[in-house]
Design a protein. Structure first.
Length: 139
């Protein structure tokens, strides 16, 4: 293993965060660090947390609490994400009559050009449920 000289303060931090961190994946990483601070080696830790030993070693090689608490994800974000609140506010005040109008107004507000089809998909994804009344059946 790479580092076995954890302080008592580090060990207490790992012990607290392995149960209290908001993200479950990060909690598992802190549990691995806590077990390592207790003197366990990678194969023992891997069997206890039911992970591959290479994954355990990778978590130790990254080093530092800041790197352990970051999760690398491959979720691309849209350029329109920065303008989400202003677009939502604008389209709530004055709903567009068509996807073409939504694309045009979006381009005017943000400077980012999107096709009407893309705006239609965005509108469906961002749409909030509206109450639709039902007329009673007449006998």
């Amino acid at each position: 293993m790479l580092r076995t000289n954890y302080t008592a303060e580090d060990k207490n931090t790992f012990e607290q965060l392995r149960y209290s961190y908001p993200d479950e994946r990060i909690m598992r990483r802190f549990e691995m660090l806590w077990l390592h601070a207790c003197g366990k080696n990678a194969p023992e830790i891997a069997s206890l947390v039911q992970r591959d030993p290479r994954t355990v070693l990778k978590n130790f090689q990254t080093g530092g609490i800041k790197l352990v608490t970051t999760i690398e994800s491959n979720h691309p974000t849209s350029e329109l994400e920065h303008h989400r609140t202003s677009l939502l506010e604008e389209f709530t005040k004055r709903p567009p009559a068509s996807a073409k109008e939504a694309a045009f107004r979006s381009e005017q507000l943000t400077g980012l050009r999107r096709s009407p089809e893309r705006m239609r998909v965005s509108a469906i994804a961002d749409a909030t449920a509206t109450a639709v009344g039902c007329l009673p059946y007449k006998f």
